[in-house]
Design a protein around this ligand. Structure first.
Ligand SMILES: [Zn+2]
Ligand SMILES: [Zn+2]
Length: 1022
């Protein structure tokens, strides 16, 4: 006997019970250990940060990380899975700054780096319990007891080792470069971090600024002479366009395109100079043109700076050899000049570009090339320095003040607004500013070919990411700016001599401890700031002190080093690269990680070993709200995972994530979808399961241990054929990292099982004889449910376990303790009957067309009709129709089915027939009902009412009853017909049909059926 199963089910409750079963029986550990000796399957867990609550998108990636290893384990793979936690970096620091109410680095320094970092260390596991609870609750099986943690000394030591390897290959360098800088976080961002934070539709000023030409006596060409003359007549101005007014005080040159046409136009008492092609755009189309010149004729012309830095207490430096800057003497009569460059656009602006070498990458390069002046007017917090009228303001707040000032001085021609794409800090959402700064780089561009070649070996799901998003990223590779001017991170292991300036990179703790003259060592060591900052040693060249540089490293480097650092390689586990633990077979994260973790993993592995460190990657879409908007706390549209799970269960949520959209697409998360999935799939399966157990217990059915059935009937043969086809399809799809495809196949099988197999088999389970046909039906349905439980185990591990425990565990004591310890089913291809499958597909299609025709005619399903014409042109389908005719007649409740051509059926008289068709198949139901058909319909209706009453009265399915009836003479006549009476008795388990008032104690109801009054009563028969 199976445990009885109610058709009412509370999935979250079922799941809680299963969780304790797994815990008590150590099922996860055993599911790994029992496959030891099998081929290895390696998952790398992309480490989340546990300093905030897990969100619904974390559930998404966690269930996808779970499904593949579960499947592989059932296929016999040894799949230990190790959890990891990302503990360093800006997100952690920002959280602590928020707690302390800090707004910048000065306050951290004042508070003390040791105290600040101690708080960071505490805060990283602030939400660990929530993470662990969520992980367990959604059944993401991973070893949470022995996780790797990026802030552990061993972990850091491996990261140092990796940096040292790159250092020794000459791949680490310090560059003075313009980098995207977050003024709030006070640090540079790498290009992949910048890529995470672009925002569209950002409003900025769009302004045309006037730079006053200095009438220069040195004239090299006729054109310059002419310009000189003009500018003595009336003031002449170069017109330049910008969206960042705050960079204007840093202007030190104007750039033109050498070969482009420029014009001098007259506007009132002034002359403006700009590109001919952009006159219209600058609203100067109607201004009279006084002169035309080539860009190259403008080169060398001097103009007045908008702001002479010396008057505002700001240093002026000049590029000399390469990136070296030397301070220049103050000058009252400072002028700058026009240069020609190749970055001048003729698409927007004026064809004259404002150049500020401190604030842009191309500007900086132009500065080096043309040996321009370099004026930096902004500090690292993004505030204007010096004593400008707008000094002390944040750059974006200074914009309007600068424009007011220029306007007052007559130097502003037009001021508008523009909407464009602008990068923001991906963490704190401050606008990024482009600054010239010293930064440490890894020369990833040197291994670009290796990065691209390695990517060829990786399987991407969805596939388009491979040569699309990820491939493009690699093609456009730039060096990795990997130092951060921050506190809580892996310290950059580089020391510098205070005297000779030499750098040394330290690759491990042993090497550090062996340094001559080491001071500041405290045991036990903590490889974080400020403790490593206190370690100094002798310079091996000059004997002076060497101290560590101030920077820490990008936390993406930490997580990208996890394949090695989680094993403390090469200090321990030195066989890692050969023993199957590297590379990973599988990783999975959301699509934003293409430029984050996916890239850092790939880059580090390529730099160190010139090979990729993962073989397959599922790249997930983002989870948006139901309206397609990003979830955010401020919008209040964040979905709490626990709310969904407590209502529907984790399986429902898992199934939603696996099947709702093709892998990689965006989810528009809606509670209603999860409810719909529960109803459409989970409850359908549950009802089949509950139906099976209920009847199997009545008939005391015991499955045989082989688990397979002898299938006597065609219906059994068909569902077993479909089952084996399903096993094959699911296996193939999961092997190809496509849970969506696999899940959708399972769903359609369960649908067929419920709506065709079980529905059409009902009578076989109901009938009183316990014959071979009934046995075959039980055995067949049993086999389907047991194999389904195994197929579903990776998808919906709870429901699968529930089915397995009752159907297998309670019957076979020698069976594995859990469905997750069982093997994945293997398809028996000899049982796949393609012709039979095609026949039944046709039967399903024709019955759905026939039902549509019936409903078009308004004839109820219980009313038999005379004829169904079926239009089919394919000879193969005509043949099939002969085979499926009996079941189709039963399905459609028709007395005869006649095949004809599609055209002829389509042309039938629609006053006689209701016709419904598809592309190549159609179906026509005769509308006319004879008196006999009407009587038969009435009897079926009465049977239906009696069956409903049996349930309402609470009778058991197998109870025999006595039925009472009273009604019009017509009703009486119909029921008294011998054939009909026998039919009613058989269908309702009635021993007697008694005309007259029901007995005391009978369950009675009265109806109007087809316009006739009838009173019915049912009573258990003793
Ligand atoms: Zn920031
Ligand atoms: Zn030295």
């Amino acid at each position: 006997m199976f445990h009885s199963v109610s058709s009412k089910v509370n999935f979250p409750q079922v799941e809680e019970n299963i969780l304790s079963l797994w815990r008590n029986k150590n099922v996860f550990e055993r599911s790994v250990e029992s496959r030891r000796g099998g081929p290895r399957f390696v998952l790398y867990e992309g480490p989340p940060t546990a300093n905030g609550s897990p969100g619904i998108h974390h559930v998404l990636s966690r269930v996808f990380k779970d499904i593949i290893p579960r499947y592989k384990a059932m296929k016999g793979y040894y799949t230990p899975r190790i959890a990891g936690w990302d503990t360093h970096g800006l997100p952690v620091e920002l959280e602590v700054e928020r707690e302390l109410g800090f707004s910048g680095k000065a306050q951290i320094e004042e508070y003390g780096v040791d105290r600040f970092n101690a708080r960071c260390r505490e805060s990283v596991f602030g939400y660990l319990k929530e993470w662990e609870a969520m992980t367990e609750r959604v059944a993401f099986w991973i070893d949470l007891k022995h996780p790797y943690i990026t802030m552990d000394n061993e972990y850091i030591e491996t990261v140092w080792w990796a940096i040292k390897q790159m250092w020794d290959k000459g791949l680490v360098y310090q560059g003075y470069k313009v980098t995207p800088h977050c003024p709030r976080c006070g640090t540079s961002l790498s290009s992949h971090e910048v890529a995470l934070g672009y925002q569209d539709d950002v409003e900025d000023p769009s302004v045309y600024i006037k730079f006053k030409v200095v009438p220069s006596p040195i004239s090299e060409s006729e054109e310059q002479k002419r310009l000189y003359e003009l500018s003595r007549e009336k003031p002449a101005y170069f017109l330049a366009w910008t969206t960042t007014p705050w960079t204007l005080p840093g202007n030190t040159a104007l750039a033109v395109a050498a070969d482009a046409e420029y014009v001098v136009v007259e506007v009132g008492d002034e002359y403006f100079i700009l590109a001919d092609a952009l006159r219209e755009q600058a609203v100067l189309g109607d201004a009279p043109v006084i002169a035309k010149v080539k860009g190259k004729d403008l080169v060398g012309v001097n103009y007045e700076p908008l702001y002479n830095p010396h008057q505002f207490g700001v240093e002026r430096r000049r590029f000399q050899a390469q990136a070296e800057l030397t301070v220049q003497e103050p000058r009252e009569d400072l002028t700058y000049r026009v240069i020609a460059t190749d970055f001048v656009s003729m698409e927007e602006g004026t064809g004259i570009v404002h150049v500020a070498p401190a604030f842009g990458e191309v500007d900086f390069e132009a500065g080096m090339y043309h040996e321009l002046d370099f004026v930096h007017t902004v500090d690292l917090q993004g505030n204007i320095i010096g004593n400008y009228p707008f000094a002390g303001k944040f750059v974006k707040d200074a914009d309007p003040l600068i424009l007011d000032d220029l306007k007052a001085r007559g130097l502003l021609y037009r001021s508008e607004k523009i909407r464009h794409t602008y990068p923001f800090c991906w963490r704190c959402e401050s606008p990024l500013l482009y600054y010239a700064k010293q930064t440490w780089y890894i020369k990833t561009t040197v291994v670009k070919e290796g990065l691209i070649a390695g990517n060829n070996e990786i399987g991407w799901y969805p596939e388009h990411i491979k040569y699309g998003r990820f491939g493009d990223w690699l093609e456009n590779n730039v060096d990795w700016a990997f130092s951060r001017e921050r506190y809580w991170g892996t310290p950059l292991p580089i020391w510098q001599c205070e005297s000779c300036g030499r750098y040394e990179c330290v690759g491990d703790v042993g090497e550090l401890k062996a340094k001559g003259g080491l001071t500041g060592l405290k045991e036990p060591m903590d490889l974080h700031r400020p403790f490593v900052d206190e370690l100094t040693f002798d310079c091996s060249e000059c004997g002076a002190r060497m101290g560590r540089v101030a920077e820490v490293i990008d936390c993406w480097f930490d997580s990208g080093a996890m394949p090695l650092a989680q094993w403390h390689y090469p200090f321990e586990n030195d066989t890692l690269l050969e023993d199957g633990r590297f590379p990973a077979d599988y990783i999975c994260e959301a699509v934003d990680q293409t430029r984050g973790w996916f890239y850092s993993l790939h880059a580090i592995s390529t730099l160190l070993f010139n090979r990729p460190c993962f073989r397959n990657v599922i790249c997930l879409g983002h989870v948006l709200d139901a309206k397609g908007e990003k979830m955010s706390k401020t919008k209040g549209n964040v979905v709490e995972p626990s709310a969904v799970i407590n209502k529907y269960g984790a399986d429902a949520l898992r199934w939603y994530f696996f099947t709702a959209v093709p892998t990689g697409n965006v989810y528009r998360f809606d509670d209603k979808m999860v409810a719909e999935i529960t109803r459409r799939f989970l409850l359908t399966l549950w009802n089949v399961y509950s139906f099976f157990v209920t009847y199997a217990n009545i008939d005391r059915f015991t499955p045989n241990s082989s688990g397979t059935s002898p299938e006597s009937s065609e219906l059994d043969k068909w569902i077993i054929s479909e089952l084996n086809q399903l096993i094959m399809d699911v296996d193939t799809a999961l092997d190809g990292y496509n849970p969506t495809e696999a899940g959708r196949k399972i769903e359609s099988f369960v649908n067929d099982l419920s709506n065709w197999y079980v529905r059409r088999s009902r009578r076989r389970f109901w009938k009183s004889e316990n014959d071979a046909d009934k046995q075959s039906a039980y055995t067949t349905l049993y086999e389907c449910l047991v194999k389904l439980s195994k197929l579903l185990a990776p998808f919906t591990p709870f429901l699968a376990e529930e089915l397995y425990q009752n159907l297998v565990g309670s019957v076979f004591s020698e069976a594995p303790d859990s469905v997750h310890l069982a093997d994945f089913p293997v398809a028996d291809v000899t049982k796949i009957d393609e012709q039979l499958a095609a026949d039944i597909r046709l039967a399903m299609k024709l019955s759905s067309l026939g039902r549509a025709a019936r409903s078009k005619a308004g004839i109820k399903v219980r009313q038999p009709v005379a004829t169904n014409f079926v239009g089919l042109d394919s000879a193969r389908e005509r043949e099939a129709l002969e085979r499926i005719k009996p079941q189709l007649m039963e399905e459609l409740n028709v007395k005869d089915i006649i095949a004809d051509s599609f055209e002829k059926v389509a042309a039938l008289d629609d006053s006689q027939f209701a016709i419904v068709g598809e592309a190549t198949v159609n179906s026509a139901i005769s509308i006319h009902l004879s008196e006999d058909l009407k009587k038969e319909g009435l009897v079926r209706e009465i049977v239906h009412r009696l069956q409903t009453m049996r349930r309402s009265a609470g009778f058991d399915i197998a109870d025999y009853i006595v039925t009472y009836y009273r009604g019009d003479p017509y009703i009486k006549g119909v029921i008294e017909d011998k054939g009909f009476a026998d039919y009613i008795k058989q269908e309702t388990l009635s021993r007697q049909l008694i005309e007259g008032m029901p007995d005391e104690g009978a369950f009675t109801e009265s109806y109007k059926v087809d316009g006739y009054d009838i009173l019915l009563g049912v009573k258990r028969s003793g």
